[in-house]
Design a protein around this ligand. Sequence first.
Ligand code: FES
Length: 157
Amino acid sequence: MSFAFTEVNEARIPKILAKYPNRQSALLPLLTLVQRQEGHVSAEAMAEIGKRLELSPAYVQSVASFYTMYHFQPTGKYIILFCINISCQLRGADNLVEYTAGKLGIKVGETTPDRKYTLKREECLAACCNAPMMRVNDKYYEDLTKEKIDQILATLP
Ligand code: FES
């Protein structure tokens, strides 16, 4: 399988590179660009990024795998990340994760068969004062309850 940037993203690359003193510094922005385009970062995409930035695929993979924000397998349209660190845990995050998993009919780490939702646990997302919280793609939802989760999921197209 091969990977190619879309025309729009291809046009973004020179602008991204221009922001940094050397090509290698653009690694995270290009990984993010790929993930926004494809929903995950494939081995082929990492190889392509490596070519562009003059980095080995192994180096690209080693950096990418450090960050939990990158996904290496196809995901659902909505990636639900539940914070399970101390503030959220003390305010019931574990129960809410289990509740959501049951509602979606999947386990944590899985994607629904219709590829609409992927459910994951995540480390602190820096919204501790409004725990428990989850992130769905780029949006934060805080002070969660089971009822709020029902409402949020019902509004996702
Ligand atoms: S502990 Fe959940 S956002 Fe910080």
